[in-house]
Design a protein around this ligand. Structure first.
Ligand SMILES: *Cc1c(COP(=O)(O)O)cnc(C)c1O
Length: 502
């Protein structure tokens, strides 16, 4: 069997992973016949060594933080310290049953309570709920709270959420899922929200605005206080998309900027391995006005220092529950340990190094002649370069560069987002990379551009060193088929991510 076979296509009938220790476990007695399988489950029939080799090989094909520089703008693919991982996996945490009575879970609850407290402090907000399980779910919770707030005041005319055109796609999607109309606000030539357009858009229909600051354009909204006033005076609330929080941690707080509600992607800023659909946590923070509406449960502490779950009995106006139990507890515990390790000083250093690395890399690339999009702005923790000129003059697109970077051992930056910048890469080096790594990336970018000038066809064929070449992404999205069925032949056409639907 070749290295590329699916695990189902390896092995042979009757082979088992237990060859060195034969002896079958009988099915336990007492399971009613109706629930017993009539047919074998169609699992791969492979030896233990085949399993080990198969998954080891697959893991070695991964681009991950542990192996490669991963400057995926907005996603904050930074190094996740091993210490937070190993402490989050202590047996007392790992073996705790979610139904355990609170008196048996006081240590666990103390960690969550302190995490709520620390996040309230770093965001400048009055209360925190940890239950949303992704940034997108935190957004949903936040906008649902905005809706609940207006409804509680019988203010039913507020049907619109304002969203800048640079926003992450989850922002308008969230607004629509909560039943609002999205009103798009343009960006001015410096990358700030267009104030004139904002003033014209707000009114009695404004439920709120969703903002990312620093924005996904990599710049800090300079007139944020003014914007907050404009929206508040119109009766709307301000939602803060906290995906870029590592840029400002310990420096400036969304609550102080005037935001009423925020989500924090704990898996981004607070260091949990993510990407590829790994678990996340989208803790939300709220100001006083939204406290009654928070998703539950949250952890409370009474005067004797004992922790308890705050539930619907205490907060009858809550928007409800978003996850079973406490959300992704493992991610929350990693965030807790990470925050404790950093402390106040460490948090500020996160922002300082995130910003320093981004500005260093941006400056180096600019010196090499790459087109930085907002030339007159300092980068926050990420920045945009555009290949519009290279595309016009040499046919070199952002996609070509992104694909060729893989051959050079770098994960591609975020490509073609934000949508308003043509042929763009959004580059976030993060605070955990060394100068040498950043210099290596610059050298690769320079080499790739030269390759494109010398031989565009070769560049268009990249990547060459990867197990698959260029994928047909449209087809992969429209006809995604990841299921294997007996009788399927393995994919020989590696130019497409999909196999034909049966
Ligand atoms: C990642 C991200 C989100 C969505 O967060 P998830 O945790 O992936 O659901 C929202 N907004 C921005 C700007 C992001 O970068």
């Amino acid at each position: 069997m070749g290295n590329d076979a699916l695990i189902f296509e390896q092995g042979s009938p009757g082979r088992r992973a237990t060859a060195q220790a034969p002896g079958h476990l009988p099915a336990p007695d007492g399971i009613p016949a109706a629930f017993l399988r009539q047919e074998a489950p169609g699992l791969p029939e492979v030896s233990e060594l085949q399993v080990v080799r198969h998954y080891t090989r697959l893991s070695q094909r991964n681009f991950s933080i542990d192996t490669h520089f991963y400057p995926l703008g907005s996603c904050t693919m930074k190094y996740n310290p091993r210490a937070s991982n190993s402490l989050a996996l202590l047996p007392g945490f790992l073996d705790r049953h979610p139904w355990a009575p609170t008196r048996c879970g006081q240590g666990f609850m103390a960690c969550l309570w302190e995490l709520q407290d620390m996040l309230a402090e770093v965001t400048g907000l009055a209360g925190v709920s940890l239950t949303p399980m992704a940034g997108a779910q935190g957004e949903f919770a936040g906008v649902a709270m905005i809706r609940a707030y207006h409804r509680a005041r019988n203010d039913d005319a507020r049907t619109e959420i304002l969203v800048p055109d640079a926003a992450h796609g989850t922002n308008p999607a969230t607004a629509v899922m909560c039943g609002f109309r999205v009103r798009e606000i343009p960006t001015d030539s410096d990358g700030d929200v267009d104030m004139q357009a904002l003033r014209e858009a707000v009114g009695p229909a404004t439920a709120g605005i969703m903002l990312t600051n620093p924005s996904t354009l990599g710049v800090f909204e300079r007139r944020i206080s003014e914007m907050a006033d404009v929206v508040h005076q119109a009766g709307g609330l301000l939602y803060y998309d906290g995906a870029n929080l590592n840029a400002i941690l310990g420096k400036v707080r969304p609550g102080d900027m005037g935001f009423d509600v925020i989500h924090i992607n704990l898996h981004k800023t607070f260091s949990t391995p993510h990407g590829g659909g790994g678990p996340g946590a989208g803790a939300i923070g709220v100001g006083e006005r939204l406290l009654p509406f928070m998703p539950l449960p949250v952890v409370g502490r009474d005067e004797s220092g004992e922790y308890h779950w705050v539930t619907e009995a205490d907060r009858p106006r809550s928007i409800g529950r978003l996850s079973a139990f406490m959300g992704n507890a493992g991610v929350l515990l990693r965030a807790y340990v990470y925050a404790r390790m950093l402390g106040r000083e460490g948090m500020s250093r996160v922002a300082e190094f995130a910003t320093l690395n981004a500005n260093y890399l941006m400056t180096r690339l600019r010196q090499e002649g790459f087109q930085v999009w907002f030339r007159n702005r300092r980068a926050s923790h990420e920045f945009i370069i555009s290949f519009r000129r290279e595309a016009r003059e040499h046919g070199i697109t952002a996609m070509d560069v992104a694909k060729r970077l893989l051959d050079y051992g770098y994960h591609a930056p975020t490509a073609y987002f934000p949508l308003l910048v043509p042929e763009c890469l959004l580059i976030e080096p993060t605070e955990t990379e060394t100068r040498e790594e950043l210099d290596g990336f610059v050298a690769a970018m320079v080499a790739i551009r030269q390759e494109g000038i010398d031989d565009i066809d070769r560049l268009k064929g990249a990547p060459y060193a990867m197990p698959v070449r260029r994928l047909d992404e449209v087809r992969a999205a429209r006809e995604l088929d990841l299921a294997w069925r007996p009788g399927d032949n393995r994919t020989t056409d590696t130019s497409t991510a999909t196999r034909r639907a049966k």
